[in-house]
Design a protein around this ligand. Structure first.
Ligand SMILES: Nc1nc2c(ncn2[C@@H]2O[C@H](COP(=O)(O)OP(=O)(O)OP(=O)(O)O)[C@@H](O)[C@H]2O)c(=O)[nH]1
Ligand SMILES: [Mg+2]
Length: 201
């Protein structure tokens, strides 16, 4: 496993529900949202990359490589994953979105268990539904992903379904999937963190 996992924080979306601001850079209790996710992931992976389509210099100043989507028309998270797979030095890409600040420290280990048993794609499941932007994907599927995107495919689950995919149960980690999509979500989480006695941990 060592040396094989590249983490990818997906921060390439339009964030329309957040007023179109660059969501990864939106402040949450004293640090940008993307920094929360980086802090969760960096100990779990061998290399970390940020996928962003705006403010690349700001993301770059955080100390990690930044990759943009190949095309500029916001084709969805799969496009970010493709750029991550292309740039990764690891054999596996572990993805998480920039708007889930409380990702479990168990993410990589549990995903890896599924891949180690033969899956080419492991996808988190929260107990009720698939959480497709939390995935571990074998990087040699890049050709398949690129072909899918080039043919107009955008649906993540459909592309996953073309491969040896296994779901991974994270129903015991509900905070991992806490998702900041609108200003009210951010305010609610800030209030919760303040009540717990701390913003930055
Ligand atoms: N690279 C890339 N990532 C995307 C794209 N669209 C969404 N994402 C990412 O997918 C994840 C989940 O998406 P959403 O929560 O819907 O974020 P969003 O699309 O920026 O926000 P909305 O416009 O409000 O839906 C986030 O990490 C986004 O950054 C895209 O076109 N390219
Ligand atoms: Mg979201």
């Amino acid at each position: 496993m060592k040396g094989q996992i590249t983490g990818l924080v997906l921060a390439g979306g339009r964030a329309l529900r957040m007023g179109g601001s660059d969501k990864g850079l939106v402040d949450l209790a004293g640090k940008p949202m993307v920094a929360w996710v980086i802090d969760c992931l960096r100990e779990q992976v061998d290399e970390l990359i940020i996928n962003a389509n705006r403010n690349r210099d700001v993301y770059g100043a955080m100390g990690y490589s930044v990759v943009a989507d190949r095309s500029g028309d916001f084709q969805g998270p799969l496009a970010g994953m493709a750029s991550g797979m292309q740039a990764a030095t690891g054999e596996w890409l572990l993805t998480a979105p920039c708007d889930s600040p409380l990702v479990s420290p168990l993410l990589a280990r549990r995903m890896w268990q599924a891949c180690d048993q033969g899956a080419d794609i492991a996808v988190a499941h929260d107990g009720e539904r698939l959480q497709p932007v939390f995935a571990m994907i074998r990087c040699n599927l890049l050709g398949s992903l690129q072909a899918y995107l080039d043919s107009g495919g955008r649906k993540i689950d459909r592309w996953y379904g073309e491969h040896a995919m296994q779901t991974v149960d994270f129903s015991d980690c509900p905070d991992t999937f806490l998702n900041i999509n609108e200003p009210a979500d951010r305010e609610q989480l800030e209030a919760r963190l303040a009540a717990q006695g701390g913003g930055q941990e």
